[in-house]
Design a protein around this ligand. Structure first.
Ligand SMILES: C[S@@+](CC[C@H](N)C(=O)[O-])C[C@H]1O[C@@H](n2cnc3c(N)ncnc32)[C@H](O)[C@@H]1O
Length: 251
């Protein structure tokens, strides 16, 4: 069965890899200390990465570079790329001139040789792509055999749940575009996310030659409960569904 959305969706939701340019400073500031990025997503990625001392790590969709910085503090040799020149400029200021940072589009051929990295981290970037095949093929190409792709994406169950709670029809099994307007730091932009079911994610990983080591739904970092008590007051568990995390192994 063809699960791709009709062509009309492409015109209604044009690809916009540089869409973060308009909100770069505002997004980076928010990401630095909020619950979702600073106290949930980033600690989870670092936990999954484990001991990275001496590893060559590519940060795909590095944004302003907070994960790169944390990996470097732990002894990794980091490189990064992002489609947004404005985000990359913030990463440059944070990481300094010695880190290899490039403007590049995940989904297009990447400007790195084969087997250049021991790990790739891809925090919250794959869900901007309609077709994961070319991106995953490139990420596998730049990894050494046995190297890891550690990725986080919007949790597919959470999205369906939220849409249904909002009274919308939500097709969990489709690959569907969702365009949101984000206003941050005085800038406004349209971001298009491509939602897909869990099996479409795992199928794409295995088709690209990755084995699946871990699928993770971690809790936030311990400090989050004291820092953001209101966010947890009505929850029935100490965790929440927001992102889904994978550790994949290049075959
Ligand atoms: C949600 S932000 C996450 C940034 C960073 N990974 C972090 O966790 O702080 C998503 C980033 O992906 C970048 N991005 C979106 N589409 C991209 C693409 N096709 N190629 C490269 N980067 C992309 C955006 O410019 C943005 O910096």
């Amino acid at each position: 069965m063809n699960r791709m959305p009709p062509e009309l969706d492409d015109r209604a939701h044009p690809a916009s890899p540089a869409a973060y340019d308009a909100i770069a400073a505002g997004y980076a500031a928010e990401n630095e200390s909020n619950l979702i990025n600073a106290h949930y997503e980033r600690p989870a990625m670092l936990d999954l990465a484990g001991d990275v001392a001496g590893r060559r790590i590519l940060d795909a969709g590095c944004g302003a570079g907070p994960l790169s910085a944390a990996l470097r503090e732990r002894g990794a040799q980091v490189s990064g790329f992002d489609a947004s020149a404005a985000m990359l400029e913030l990463a440059r200021r944070r990481l300094g001139p010695d880190v290899d940072l490039r403007v590049a589009d995940l989904g297009e051929p990447l400007p790195y040789p084969d087997a250049a990295f021991d790990d790739v981290v891809a925090s919250l970037v794959l869900h901007y792509l309609r077709d994961w095949g070319p991106a995953l093929a490139e990420l596998r190409r730049v990894l050494v055999p046995g190297g890891r792709l550690i990725a986080s994406v919007d949790h597919p169950f959470a999205l369906t749940l939220l849409r249904r709670l909002a009274g919308e029809k939500a097709d969990y099994f489709g690959v569907t575009a969702r365009t949101e307007e984000w206003a941050m730091g005085g800038g406004t932009t349209q971001l298009t996310f491509w939602d897909r079911p869990l099996h479409a994610m795992t199928d794409a990983f295995t088709a690209a030659g990755f084995g699946i080591d871990v699928i993770s739904e971690p809790p936030p970092a311990a400090a989050a409960y004291d820092l953001f008590p209101d966010e947890f007051r009505d929850l029935t568990s100490t965790s929440f569904l927001s992102f889904l995390f994978f550790v994949l192994r290049a075959g």
